[in-house]
Design a protein around this ligand. Sequence first.
Ligand code: BGC
Length: 468
Amino acid sequence: MIFSRILLSFLFIFNCFSYSPPFNFDEEIHWNWNDIDTSKLVFPKNFLWGVGTSEYQVSGRENCPNANWAFHEDKKNFFGCTTIARGEKSGKACDHWNLYKKDIELMQEVGVNAYRFSIEWSCIEPKEGEFNEQAIKHYHDLIDALLAKKIQPMITLHHFTHPQWFEEKGAFEKSDNIQYFVRFCKRMFVEYSSKINFWLTINEPGVLVFQGYHRAVYPPQKNNFHLAGIVTKNLMKAHIEVYKALKALPDGDKAQIGIVHDIVQFEPYFKGDKLAKFILHYMNLIFHEAITDFLVTKKLNFKIPIFANVEFELADKNEKILDFIGLNYYSHVLWKPTNPLGSSYREGDIPTDMPYGIYAEGFYRAIASVARMGVPIYITENGLADSKDDRREIFLKKYLYTLSKAINDGYDIRGYFYWSLIDNFEWDYGFEKRYGLYEVDYNTFERKQRKSAQYYIKVLKDYFSSLN
Ligand code: BGC
């Protein structure tokens, strides 16, 4: 890890003098928000308005004891520190597994017509090849309870976690392991497809790779660019194999199957900063650009000089591999050499509780970027960590205005899911980051609506009443 970091540093310095980046660096844009009326919102008919969660984040390791993250929480990082901030453990998180009926009531309070959640593979198949009937029934109950309230379920089949046995086999580092994921997905499809229209194969493959194989903060805590490329390739292959396998099953032709892609634009704080551009080119490549390009061109080019050279190409460039794309967007990251490990802010930026500010213009850019895939777009995650709840309303105003503008400009966007319904376990950050429309007391599991939720509620109310 240290070796590769030192080598990379040399490469950066060398390239400052000699390197002309071969990339298409899409430009940072800024709008004058003083001239914008964020209350003018127009959305199409049949729009999905939702909220999202993922099982491990809302149910924790006590409800998902066989997940790789349940083991990861006890590990130490390279520096000997706990993998989760402050040594926290996810415990039962919000105990959504047992309190989902209560959470459906909250969804009704918000007025959503859709809910994105993940099926926890490690609960369904805790041991290789052994499927747990109780867990399968649990998701039937959840789905039935949602449908009874006219809330459309959208299922994620892999949201960062998988069974520990799959981790021990090398997870997506080995293409031979893809078959296990396909088997699980097929089983889930056979169970639930008569009730479910929307399926997401994998949540944010780029983030999984960036955090697990570059930053080493998610399992398997590696820092290896070549492996990062291999895993990216295998995740793309896994998505395609699942897509084809589900399409071939009864109900497959009716199902809408997509993947979730997250875009974070890493960009230089000082425009024209060559060093920054060079480094950030690779950050963007690992995090999202290699995947965006693959989903657009069907050709993966995961290349980092000296460190990684991974290619993968579909023979048939017209092959259908997506019915829609799920876009997750939060913000951009501004990088300056004097703060190499952090994000910087420009004057006037509104910070969030994560290391980036509010940047709705980036949301527009991300929409334009995934639109090149030529399929309908669903915003599967967008939200912010704001423990004081003093920025969520302005965030929603800006991002929902941007969403409406993009639709008005012709982008085919068919749904929006706020992240998240309730506060939850934010991976390596632990419980400190609070994304919820509802605040969760982790001792009593009590949920309390935040004031800012009222803005989202009003937008949804206005939308649904405008349809009558
Ligand atoms: C992930 C979520 C996470 C959210 C907020 C996304 O990258 O899909 O699991 O909670 O970002 O950081």
